[in-house]
Design a protein around this ligand. Structure first.
Ligand code: KG4
Ligand code: ZN
Length: 338
């Protein structure tokens, strides 16, 4: 008998995912259907196509998740769903489905903030994480430094005033002619390049606050590419490495400053950009040397997935923080708990 078994659903952007996870954050299945092929020719996510694709794939994905876990709907104790933030049409598909299922099975419904999901993805593989901790949340839409005192008490120290880190990677990826999203491709190109080839600006690094800005850096990258015309292979590697290095440097030094200022000993990396190899190795090296506890999810759990929604939902399940069938999706950016 699995305890506190949650069926979690994630449809906030362009991945349809369902997972089964118990109260110990053990994952029995985490099925993800990517829409990459659908959006490829448009160079970014087309919201209307994304919602239609979720409608088409969600039920088969839930069935696959149950089958993989060798469980049935009767085994589920609660249904969790990503309710905000994200693309409104995409969110609505997941929320409507979760509400319908919770109603028909007479099981509690749990609304999860997608950003919290990214943070709590860390608990899937590290069960012993202790509060308080600092989280660096870096995804396609968010860049935030947040102190978590508990699963529901947190303080946002800073966030991006314009583009998110992932957005900067993706926009430069597009200019380089890379498939969407560009982040992982720039990461791969960077591994063969010299990160010191070009010194790109390090936006807001010297500012006393913990806010970020990436739109100026993106413009600097764009102007560099415009000025150089076409790059040969070696120059492309160097450019990717230098551009990535500028993003990592800013994220790294601001995060270290926050750890020190607030005397925190544990750091969690969260969100798609936490899969970046330079970001991981830079933090790993520093945290090892200076005795900080560092956690980041394995790649499967870094980018959008339902298991992370289930992990965040488990905290709410324990405190019986359930949503009603009045629950509505919200596209508003940020960490508001519904
Ligand atoms: O968290 P996520 O899957 O979706 C959002 O909630 O936004 O993050 C997607 C972002 C994209 O911008 C993608 O380019 C970036 O994460 N990303 C990476 C890497 N893997 C994914 N960025 C840099 N390096 C990577 N290895
Ligand atoms: Zn995400």
């Amino acid at each position: 008998m699995k305890k506190s078994l949650i069926l979690a659903i994630e449809t906030s952007c362009d991945d349809t995912s369902a997972a089964l996870i118990d109260g110990n954050c053990d994952v029995f299945s985490n099925v993800i259907s990517s829409q990459e092929e659908v959006h490829l020719k448009y160079g970014g996510v087309v919201p209307e196509l994304a919602s239609r694709e979720h409608i088409r794939t969600l039920i088969p994905i839930v069935e696959m998740a149950l089958e993989k876990a060798e469980l049935g709907l009767k085994d589920i104790d609660a249904i969790a769903v990503s309710a905000n933030p994200g693309l409104i049409g995409s969110l609505l598909v997941g929320v409507s489905f979760a509400k319908g299922l919770a109603f028909s099975l007479k099981k509690p419904l749990i609304a999860v903030n997608h950003i919290f999901g990214h943070v709590f993805a860390n608990f899937l593989e590290h069960k012993d994480i202790k509060f308080p901790f600092l989280a660096l949340i870096v995804s396609g839409g968010h860049t935030e430094l947040v102190i978590f005192f508990s699963a529901v008490e947190y303080t946002i120290l800073g966030k991006t005033v314009d583009d998110a880190a992932g957005e900067a990677f993706d926009k430069i990826g597009k200019l380089l002619g890379l498939p969407y999203p560009g982040g992982p491709h720039i990461d791969a190109l960077a591994s063969g390049g010299n990160k010191l080839a070009t010194a790109f600006p390090l936006p807001m690094l010297k500012h006393k606050n913990f806010d970020f800005s990436f739109s100026g850096l993106k413009t600097a990258g764009m102007l560099f590419l415009k000025e150089k015309g076409t790059l040969d292979e070696a120059q492309t590697h160097d450019f990717a490495a230098s551009f990535q290095h500028a993003i990592v440097e800013v994220l790294f030094w601001k995060t270290i400053k926050a750890l020190e200022k607030y005397s925190l000993k544990t750091l969690l990396l969260a969100g798609g950009v936490a899969a970046n190899s330079e970001l991981r190795s830079t933090f790993s090296e520093y945290c090892n040397k200076h005795n900080f506890k560092l956690h980041y999810p394995s790649e499967e759990f870094c980018t959008d997935n339902a298991a992370m929604i289930g992990a965040a939902a488990q905290f709410k399940y324990k405190k019986k923080k359930f949503a009603t069938l009045e629950l509505n999706a919200s596209s508003v950016k940020g960490m508001k708990l519904l």
